[in-house]
Design a protein around this ligand. Sequence first.
Ligand SMILES: Cc1cc2nc3c(=O)[nH]c(=O)nc-3n(C[C@H](O)[C@H](O)[C@H](O)COP(=O)(O)O)c2cc1C
Ligand SMILES: CC(C)CC(=O)C(=O)O
Length: 374
Amino acid sequence: MTGARTGPVHDPAGAERRARAQLRPEHYDFIAGGAGEETALRENEDAFGRLALLPRVLRGGAERGTRVGVLGREWAAPLFVSPTAFHRLAHPDGELATARAAAATGTPLITGMAATTAVADVVAAARARDPEAVVWFQLYLQPEHEVTTALVRRAERAGCSALVVTVDSPVFGTRTRDLRNGFHDLPPGLAAENMRDLLPGAAPGGTRDIAMWPAGWDDLRRLRDLTDLPLVLKGVLHPADARTAVEQGVDALLVSNHGGRQLDAAPASVEALPAVAEAVAGRVPLLMDGGVRRGSDVALALALGAVAAGVGRPVLWALATGGEDGVAQMLTALREDFDRVLALCGGHRPEDLTADQVVPRGLPHRRPEGERAW
Ligand SMILES: Cc1cc2nc3c(=O)[nH]c(=O)nc-3n(C[C@H](O)[C@H](O)[C@H](O)COP(=O)(O)O)c2cc1C
Ligand SMILES: CC(C)CC(=O)C(=O)O
């Protein structure tokens, strides 16, 4: 059979099940959980399930490629690793394993401020695999400007090529599972390493060290003056905010409901994407994350206006069960799955996917007068 599948099998549900069996229950819950009743969390995946892709046919066999350009760099595929906290909860090698796997597969990595490995070590691990590896740093603006400044300098010195400012977190979302489990602090030996020596008092130990704080557009302007790195705003869902962000000179947007961990009443990320894409009208690149589990999810996100889609939890499940190799296999399988979906949609390049190829599942609601559905 020509073109039959040979690579690693992509099995998102199985990966989570296997990871759950490995992890301490409160750590599994921290990763898997969302805010409130976990509606936004569920909706991220369900919303993709409500969308179908209309394939185009007879478009010929021009050479196919998955590369995309983002902020002046070529990415191997329209796929990146979203920032998630505390990778050493999932595996002793933590962020180092994730960074190596991302670099080895040509996948850009957004490393988190709440990492259990210092950003300099994360970037070094990635660059040891690929000197050209793309690593961005995710930042929560901090109430003390000096702390924000110190974090930005750490990211710059480490060699990160963009700052991803998470703006959906004026306060912490209600993490129902963490409250039930009493999970607030990292186990002994683990710390939010990027915060080391930035706060008075004890060594950094958990979620309490990272302030989620109601920053404003003024604070963003202050950050703009602080650094020449491109700024990406993460967590924008309202088209008016997207417009303001573009006017303020932001370099890219990451449309996200934070994996359903902040506002539980928020729409699924993919549902918010079309209005943001319309507001931005191509002036800056749009990234998205939330519920991306398979190649067709990436394709749907691209068709609706994103240039690339990110994965959060799938990375942690793969890390928990397989360390660096597990993450590399997952990223490879996801890229191959996307490549196949692209081909099946009649596309040769990611940009070939267009909004007219996205249709809601189910019978059409409106039919010409008097016409029967069957
Ligand atoms: C365990 C965990 C920790 C996270 N930590 C952060 C973080 O520190 N900063 C941030 O901007 N987003 C954080 N996120 C949100 C992710 O960046 C991303 O938006 C989300 O996980 C994407 O959804 P997915 O998990 O369905 O792929 C976290 C998500 C999870 C699951
Ligand atoms: C512990 C936080 C700093 C990170 C987190 O859980 C999140 O952003 O969802």
